[in-house]
Design a protein around this ligand. Structure first.
Ligand code: PHE
Length: 443
């Protein structure tokens, strides 16, 4: 543990700055997922119900471009922080742009709607990768609390994602869509306030990081930088390229939560549980709640498995397998709803989200950490950007699939998503051995 960490105030045994990052990201995700829970439903709602009256296909296409943009912008966002603004100011500016975007959407006009989406895309690109970057600066390289710190941070993400639909959803769907968007903006504003107030807790880590980076650059200059990659490095880069495709397929299915599955909840699911009526956007809280409940259990399970713990590429395969299974589960649910013209039990979607969470917990934590381990050190940042791009393309793919919601019988649509991801899982399981050889000792 570094001297700085010892001298700092603690938060659950972690640097106090973790709390600042936790709540910043919690509120940012609150605003993102609160708005996202309403976005497609608002676009396809009839004009007389306050919506935009778009066809499902058009709404899904905009949804796909928007969610793709949000993650694609992480690449310039990270670059701007590195070259110009630094982490602190990038996150601050990102937060302000995001809040402005939500407030623009709180105003009912088509121009402010599109402008708001563009603001959120740009702001999230600045905030999301860089707030994770700040978490990284809180721990020295040897600090054993580092992984646990990121797990706590991931809880913040999911806490925000869990609460948001419960607040923005009913406001938007029951009172006025624009109140829902406004509530998202209020959340982001609270996040910015606590971020600025907590600046002193994150400053020492960022100062240490800046010094380390300057030292490293100096050392590289003194050594004379090696400019080409070794064969082993190329092999590892090729693993990242292979995983790119599988990651894209995973997120393409997974990120339909806010599109196809949101429409399934809205149009074909009974919105009543134990006599309690709820708006369809409430389902958006189920998956993050499962993450909060199950991530400690998974962490324990991997430890418990010891040597039997699956390798990283195998975990990727399991991620795809479970997301494929989740869509397979929905095939009979969709068939019952559409053939009998009835609304089905909410338990179908709860089951779907449970399986998807199992998939996410297999794949998501491994994905980013694998890239950091496989990429040659001098291009880690670039490779992380590439990995974010796979998530971004996955989101676009998800929007593309959702565009078929009105055009294909749903069992066919969900069956196709399931077949694709299950086939990908199967292929990946076959590739585990050769991939591990290419990884050359990295686990
Ligand atoms: N639920 C995660 C989040 O919002 C999904 C995600 C994982 C997004 C990895 C980007 C990268 O952060």
């Amino acid at each position: 543990m570094s001297d700085i960490a010892v001298a700092e105030k603690q938060w659950f045994g972690h640097p106090r700055g973790l709390a600042t990052c936790f709540f910043t990201e919690m509120w940012e995700r609150f605003s993102y997922y609160g708005m996202r829970a309403l976005l497609l439903l608002y676009m396809v709602a009839p004009i007389e119900k306050g919506g935009l009256g778009f066809a499902t296909e058009k709404g899904a296409s905009i949804y796909g471009w928007y969610t793709m943009g949000v993650y694609a912008m992480s690449i310039p966002g990270g670059w701007i922080a590195d070259k110009f603004l630094g982490l602190y100011r990038s996150v601050l500016l990102g937060g302000i742009i995001i809040a402005t975007g939500h407030f623009l959407m709180a105003y009912p006009s088509i121009q402010t709607f599109y402008l708001g989406l563009i603001f959120i895309v740009c702001g999230t690109g600045l905030l999301k990768p860089n707030v994770s970057g700040i978490v990284g600066t809180l721990y020295s390289k040897e600090d054993v609390r580092r992984d646990a710190g990121f797990s706590i941070f991931y809880m913040g993400i999911n806490l925000g994602a869990f609460i948001a639909p419960l607040i923005c959803g009913p406001l938007g769907q029951r009172i006025n869509w624009h109140y829902g968007f406004g509530a998202a903006g209020v959340g982001m504003t609270l996040g910015i306030i606590q971020y600025v107030a907590g600046k002193k807790h994150i400053a020492p880590g960022m100062a240490r990081q800046a010094k380390n980076e300057a030292d490293e650059r100096e050392a590289e200059r003194a050594e004379g930088k090696p400019s080409s990659f070794t064969t082993q490095e190329w092999k590892r880069i090729s693993v990242i390229a292979i995983l790119f495709v599988f990651s894209m397929l995973f997120w393409g299915a997974f990120e339909q939560a806010g599109s196809s599955l949101n429409l399934f909840a809205d149009r074909l699911t009974r919105l009543n549980f134990l006599g309690f009526n709820f708006p369809s956007s409430t389902f958006q809280s189920v998956q993050p709640l499962f993450v909060i409940i199950f991530s400690p259990i998974f962490a324990w399970l991997w430890l418990r498995m010891g040597k039997l713990e699956p390798s990283s590429p195998a975990k990727f395969g399991f991620g795809l397998f479970f997301v494929g299974l989740s869509f397979l589960l929905l095939v009979p649910g969709a068939a019952i709803a559409q053939s009998q013209g009835i609304k089905v039990s909410p338990m179908w979607l709860v089951g779907v989200y449970f399986l998807q969470t199992v998939g996410e917990l297999c794949l998501s934590p491994v994905g980013l950490s694998m890239v950091t381990k496989l990429a040659p050190p001098r291009i880690v940042g670039l490779m992380l950007g590439v990995f974010f791009l796979s998530i971004s393309f996955g989101n676009k793919l998800g929007g593309y699939c959702a565009g078929f919601f009105d055009r294909l019988p749903l069992p066919k649509l969900f069956g196709a998503v399931s077949a694709t991801t299950l086939a990908a899982a199967f292929i990946l399981f076959l590739l585990v051995k050769p991939i591990r050889r290419l990884m050359g000792g990295v686990h």
